[in-house]
Ligand binder design. Structure first.
Ligand code: ADP
Ligand code: MG
Length: 555
């Protein structure tokens, strides 16, 4: 599109919005098609100039823009220059209901002068202004300002070539690579060669080279990366590196959650990938809660998603053999497990969150209550002497009592140094061999169908488990289902979970609590416990939340 006038034009002050730039350009293919283009702080408006009435006008919101570039055409004789802006607005789906982000590029020809350099400079001025305006569209959600607004500039993308249907690499090159180029985000692709490769690498790598670590896989690879970061001596700085997730596995719970937090309508498969790629290009960062998990062997793990035992853990591990079918493996696994429904014996106790102390905000907007107690003080693991017989006992079964542990502190995690090393202390957890404190609630029942502690909204792409959850709500959402539930009732719960409606089923066997810490002691001699979908050692386990310990690229 050819440029006629580029000065800010008073005539483009419409509806009180002053244009930052105004110009007239031609179509890149047809010189006779002319457009007037105006850029404000929030939108790019394109109007076709023609003699006929009813000129078409298109308005692009700059929050949907990931980048813009200026360039010379391939023909050396062409004095014109070009600029192309890349948008991913929500558009009606082809052949289906609802809307999803879809790519739209807008390209213009600038031919202001006979001097090619002057035209290129003008195209660059526009590209620069569009890029700046789209970065400055800093979203505020529920009054919460994002922690950081900047574009990641050096990104390490870790791909697990075997995750999901084994197509993570093709999905990356087919859908995300182009977006990163459009957004001018330089990246380095790292293809993992074996399990724990990513964990070992992030444990040793010089993190100052990177502005973000992005995982193109399922949740399992991010679990490796987070634990690798937390195993470093400089874990306090290391865990601050923004983490991004691109759904490339069969279990893409965090990707589904991140998409949900961006308040976008539900999306699956390539649409979910496009949405997460878009968020990566925008580079907005929020806090991410992590949960510290202690196993009987004294091993400590860090988890961003879930701790599961019983039905959910069994389905997760048993359905691995259906990995090639993608996310639907969980539905297949659920049906198989339902046919041989089991009861699991164990003891469960938790430290409840005192609702009265939560900031006055509706549960739908829990990002306002992002600061819960977390202490970083020099100490050793609470789990030092881990004998674990019948340690869930306290004098206050099924009651919530006052305790300093229950008080919601307003401060962010603070660290105290014990000289050289700084240890993250799980101040809410006694040793696994000690009884739980009196402030904890001990669950009366010992026969369970499932226990699930989850700290994101989604357990899988189509399982909206915690309708009110946020990445930084500072809560462990504890669900358990006690024995006695029928197979149809359990199936109904999982089907209702697709729409986040399971809590409204009125199922008397389903219990939901918001907690800060929990302990689970299986009595059944055999079983499966998973952390973030990965199988861990079977036995007593306890966990506590660390609000906002990590950072997540989110929309
Ligand atoms: P999915 O959602 O398909 O299960 P994950 O990201 O959870 O995908 O990865 C599955 C498992 O593969 C995890 O345990 C992860 O640690 C492991 N893994 C990562 N990279 C590789 C690799 N190159 N080869 C084999 N396993 C890997
Ligand atoms: Mg997995």
């Amino acid at each position: 599109m050819e440029k006629d006038a580029s000065e800010p034009d008073p005539s483009c002050q419409r509806n009180g919005v002053v244009a930052v730039l105004y110009g007239e350009f031609t179509d890149i293919l047809n010189d006779r098609l002319r457009y007037s283009v105006s850029l404000t702080e929030s939108a790019l408006t394109i109007q076709q100039i023609s003699s006929s009435p009813g000129r078409t006008k298109v308005v692009f919101n700059l929050t949907d823009c990931i980048g813009c570039r200026a360039y010379r055409g391939p023909d050396k004789a062409d004095v014109g220059a070009y600029f192309t802006a890349y948008f991913y607005p929500f558009k009606r789906r082809w052949m289906s209901f609802g809307v999803a982000r879809q790519r739209v590029e807008q390209c213009f020809r600038v031919a202001l002068a006979q001097d090619p350099l002057a035209n290129l400079q003008e195209a660059e001025r526009w590209a620069h202004a569009i890029r700046d305006a789209s970065v400055l569209q800093a979203p505020r959600r529920h009054g919460v300002l994002y922690k950081e607004v900047r574009r990641p500039c050096r990104v390490m993308v870790l791909v697990n070539p075997h995750s999901g249907r084994g197509q993570a690499l093709q999905l990356f090159t087919g859908h995300v690579q182009g977006m990163l180029t459009e957004a001018a985000v330089p990246y380095t692709l790292v293809i993992t060669e074996h399990q724990n490769h990513a964990r070992e690498m992030v444990r040793k790598t010089d993190l100052s080279q990177w502005d973000a670590l992005v995982i193109m896989s399922g949740d399992g690879l991010l679990f490796e990366v987070i634990n690798g970061l937390m195993e470093r001596e400089d874990w306090q700085e290391a865990i601050q590196i923004p983490l991004g997730i691109l759904p490339g596995g069969s279990g893409n719970a965090l990707a589904a959650s991140v998409h949900h937090y961006s308040q976008s309508p539900p999306a699956w498969n390539e649409e979910l990938l496009l949405s997460c790629g878009f968020m990566l290009c925008k580079g907005l960062v929020v806090s991410l809660d992590l949960v510290s998990i202690h196993l009987a062997s004294q091993q400590r793990l860090f988890s961003f998603l879930s701790l599961a035992w019983g039905f959910v853990a069994d389905v997760d591990i048993e359905s691995e053999k259906y990995r090639h079918v993608g996310a639907i493996r969980f539905l297949m696994g659920t049906l198989v497990r339902l046919a041989s429904l089991r009861v699991y014996q164990g003891r469960l106790a938790y430290l409840p969150v005192k609702e009265a102390n939560l900031p006055a905000s509706p549960p739908e907007h829990p990002s306002l209550c992002s600061s819960l107690p977390c202490q970083l003080i020099p100490n050793s693991s609470p789990n030092q002497n881990s004998r674990h017989n019948r340690s869930i006992t306290n004098s206050n079964h099924n009651t919530i009592t006052n305790s300093s542990h229950n008080t919601i502190a307003s401060e962010r995690p603070a660290t105290q140094s014990d000289g050289k090393t700084r240890t993250l202390v799980d101040s809410l957890l006694p040793g696994l061999d000690q009884p739980v404190p009196e402030s904890w609630t001990v669950v009366k029942e010992e026969d369970f169908v499932l226990v699930l502690a989850i700290y994101q909204s989604h357990l899988a792409e189509d399982l909206w488990t915690v309708p009110g959850a946020m990445a930084d709500d500072g809560l462990i959402h504890l669900f358990y289902v006690t024995a006695g539930i029928s197979r149809p009732a359990l199936l109904r719960l999982f089907l209702a979970m697709e729409k986040g409606a399971h809590l409204a089923c009125g199922c008397p066997y389903l219990v939901y609590k918001k907690v800060k810490a929990l302990r689970l002691e299986p009595i059944s001699p055999q079983g499966v416990i998973t952390v973030d979908g990965e199988m861990v050692e079977y036995g007593p386990v306890q966990a506590q939340i660390h609000p906002g310990l990590a950072r997540l690229i989110c929309g």
